[in-house]
Design a protein around this ligand. Structure first.
Ligand code: GTP
Length: 419
């Protein structure tokens, strides 16, 4: 049987609630009375879903093994009670074997849990009926010894099949009633031997049912432990990726932050260089933001930053890398880029902020919040290294400010081109 965690990896994804349920059930199982062998309903369904395939394989293997041994006892019939050999052939090969093969085939196809366990339990009962029929019909003086073999049937049924406890108990009780019915019917065998054999069967049934209880409980405990560990590691992974995302995110605007931008710049630059693509860097600065803060206050300034970020986020494409890299300074990396696509983006950004209609009024001639954009396009081939690219964009931004703000300027070589 592969380890439980191996089976888990092929199971459906575990949500956080499953982990919570597993932990709660684990704690509850620790506190509950010892006979309790059932999880809360949702967890029970998951337990069955996770273990059914392997359980079905185990039952098939155990079933074929037990059937082989059961049929090989024909040799025993032939040697010790040849007068019932024909009857033995009929019960072993004509009845029990086809029935067992049918049950195993159904188990292989997949039966609901109760049917699966019940069908396997019925094999135990059928084996007992067959044994009792032979015992009834034999006239051999050695036939009496056969009843001591009946205990083996309980051993095989409960322990080899490792029946679920409830089923082991149920089928053992029915098996004991069947055995009592046949053993104490009218026949020629001595009564004291039958009583002794019956006692042996009761003891075997009880011991093996107890073994089933312990095995099932251990399996369920292991299942919960594995589930808990998987849940813990899932939660740890989720927390790690949440922290990683937080470390790269600007808390105020929810855009990428300076740290993320600094990592993205060389990555995109290398990608452009390796793939013969053009790349553009745009630097954006809110105009007269100090006056805005002075007039409206810092909280309104924060809100303004959020609204500007939101307007620009709508203006860029998914693939463009928009970041807040300083107080009121933003940047966009565009790739692949051409002069015309970068120009269109710069104009779109500027227009988006104006269209957002954020009141400024911090100084004359500045009714609305505006931005200045400086940008540069390079490649292919990449004539500007990442630092030089940002430096050039910064110079273009400075020029946009110098020329009066609320405008876009591209630096082409040493030439500033208003767009
Ligand atoms: N509310 C708020 N203000 C900020 C934040 N970060 C920087 N600032 C403010 O942004 C202002 C930037 O002012 P300056 O660098 O003088 O630039 P400016 O007033 O926009 O002038 P120009 O860029 O030349 O148009 C300063 O007053 C900073 O306090 C922030 O996170 N929130």
């Amino acid at each position: 049987m592969p380890p439980l965690h191996h089976r888990f990896t092929t199971a459906p994804e575990l949500g956080p609630s499953d982990g919570g349920a597993a932990m709660a059930a684990l704690l509850a199982m620790g506190k509950q009375e010892r006979w309790h062998l059932r999880f809360p309903p949702s967890l029970e369904a998951r337990f069955e879903a996770n273990t059914a395939a392997q359980r079905s394989r185990d039952l098939q293997a155990a079933g074929l093994l037990a059937l082989g041994i059961f049929d090989s006892l024909l040799l025993n019939d032939w040697i010790s009670r040849p007068e019932v050999l024909l009857l033995a052939c009929w019960w072993r090969l004509g009845v029990a074997t086809p029935y067992a093969l049918l049950v195993l085939a159904l188990v292989r196809r997949g039966l609901p849990r109760v049917w699966r366990e019940g069908a396997i339990g019925s094999l135990l009962i059928l084996a007992l009926v067959a044994g009792c029929k032979l015992f009834q019909q034999t006239t051999s003086p050695d036939g009496i010894y056969d009843i001591f073999l009946f205990s083996l049937i309980f051993l095989a049924g409960n322990v080899v099949f490792q029946l679920r406890f409830a089923c082991a108990l149920g089928s053992s009780m029915i098996g004991l009633l069947v055995a009592a019915f046949y053993l104490f019917g009218p026949d020629t065998q001595p009564h004291h031997a039958k009583t002794y054999a019956m006692g042996l069967m009761v003891a075997t049934a009880l011991f093996t049912a107890l073994a089933c209880y312990r095995l099932e409980r251990a399996e369920r405990r292991n299942y919960l432990h594995v589930l808990r560990e998987i849940t813990r590691s899932d939660m740890a992974l989720q927390a790690a990726s949440r922290y990683a995302a937080l470390a790269d995110t600007d808390a105020l605007t929810d855009l990428a932050n300076r740290r993320a931008f600094d990592q993205e710049l060389p990555r995109r630059w290398a990608h452009a260089a390796n793939n013969g693509l053009g790349m553009a860097a745009l630097l954006i600065d809110i105009d007269h933001f100090k006056q805005f803060n002075d007039l409206h206050g810092h909280a309104a300034g924060d809100d303004c930053l959020r609204r500007v970020a939101c307007a620009m986020r709508i203006a860029v494409r998914d693939n463009d890398h928009l970041a807040r890299i300083g107080g009121e300074e933003f940047a966009v990396l565009l790739q692949p880029a051409t002069v015309s696509s970068a120009t269109r983006l710069a104009q779109r950004l500027r227009a988006a902020v104006v269209t957002a209609g954020i009141t400024h009024n911090g100084l004359a001639g500045q009714p609305l919040v505006t931005i200045s954009v400086g940008f540069v396009v390079t490649g292919p081939p990449m004539l500007l290294a990442p630092d030089a690219l940002m430096d050039a964009a910064d110079r273009a931004l400075y020029e946009a400010k110098r020329q009066g703000r609320n405008r876009c300027v591209r630096l082409d070589g040493q030439t500033f081109l208003p767009v």
